[in-house]
Design a protein around this ligand. Structure first.
Ligand code: ADP
Length: 319
């Protein structure tokens, strides 16, 4: 089982010719659908074939009802804290060049509490993996990871978005972290004296990258996702993960992306699902699976609703 602790948002997306300027009124093509890093990752884990529980906070409104209906449809076991705040929302403008402007209304997501998470300890204790992000209150994520640690359950932190802080106490409770390049640089800058930007990071050789990962998470595994370049993996302990090497790259899948929104969420959900289902496999195999899953997700538009099913993966890449 995978337990995801995180956010649910109703995304409102307008595709516009140019992003609106102050005082301007524009018409654009509108669509709405489920999102939020937590829910995207939970949907990916479930569709990648893992029994999945999702711990979140929802408002007593249409957004909350949508979350319940979608959880039933994807067989996600929903543990929601009912909140008086509105369900989380995101207002997203995307122009024809693919640039975006986004406003998030955290709403109920900001109400997720450590008390409520502690009440889910029995669900966490029977999981193989607990997966969380930084779109929810850090205290709630820490409570989940502390419960997981007590029960010997693997913790995976996706330290996103980049402007959110993962405190040292949370990193200590994380067995695996999965930043993209921007998020890696942001956390590295906060936790060490090392200031590196994403362009500089991309130019580093593998030994240097490994050394930087060891500085950020001395005790655990770091997976840096590199978009079309796949991933870089760095372990503190290779035996723990049945791997042969302490650091290596895993190539991305050969795909024709049309929308890379949510690729990181697809990757995280699929990685957690693979670890939960095939615990004895080498970590490199889990990363390979997650790369294929995330790659396939980029061939479809949308966030949670665009997550592929396991059968789609077999159809696209074979066994
Ligand atoms: P984020 O969406 O958080 O910025 P990345 O861009 O690093 O994360 O993408 C996450 C994963 O999605 C990558 O590690 C890769 O597996 C897959 N992916 C993203 N973009 C592409 C692409 N253009 N081609 C193939 N795979 C991709």
């Amino acid at each position: 089982r995978v337990v995801v602790v995180g956010s649910f948002n109703v995304d409102h997306v307008w595709t516009v010719a140019t992003l609106p300027r102050p005082g301007e009124t524009l018409a654009g093509h509108y669509r709405t659908g489920p999102g939020g890093k937590g829910f995207n990752q939970a949907t990916a884990a479930a569709r990648a074939g893992a029994k999945t529980s999702f711990v979140c906070a929802l408002g007593d409104d249409l957004g909350g009802q949508l979350a319940h209906a979608l959880a039933v449809a994807d067989d996600i076991d929903l543990h929601d804290l009912p909140s008086h705040a509105p369900t989380g929302t995101a207002g997203i403008y995307v122009d024809h060049a693919g640039r975006n402007s986004i406003v998030i209304g955290p709403g109920a997501n900001a109400e997720l509490s450590s008390d409520f998470v502690n009440q889910q300890a029995s669900t966490i204790a029977v999981a193989r993996v607990v997966l969380a992000q930084l779109e929810s209150p850090v205290a709630a994520v820490e409570a989940a990871f502390a419960a997981a640690r007590t029960a010997g359950v693997m913790t995976v932190l996706n330290p996103a978005p980049a402007d959110a802080q993962a405190p040292p106490s949370l990193l200590l409770l994380s067995d695996v972290i999965t930043p993209n390049e921007t998020e890696f640089c942001a956390q590295l800058g906060r936790h060490t004296s090392q200031q590196v930007d994403a362009a500089t990071l991309a130019a580093q050789d593998d030994d240097t990258l490994h050394a930087l990962c060891r500085r950020l998470l001395p005790h655990g595994t770091v997976v840096i996702t590199l978009g079309a370049a796949g991933c870089f993996v760095s372990h503190a302990d290779i035996d723990l993960h049945n791997d042969a090497r302490s650091h290596y790259r895993v190539a991305a899948a050969p795909v024709q992306p049309i929308d890379t929104t949510g690729a990181g969420d697809a990757f995280n959900g699929a990685l957690a699902a693979s670890v939960a289902r095939r615990g004895d496999a080498a970590f490199a195999d889990h990363v390979h699976f997650a790369n294929r899953y995330a790659g396939l997700s980029t061939e479809r538009a949308g966030a949670a609703s665009a997550m592929p099913h396991e059968a789609d993966l077999r159809a696209r890449f074979g066994a």
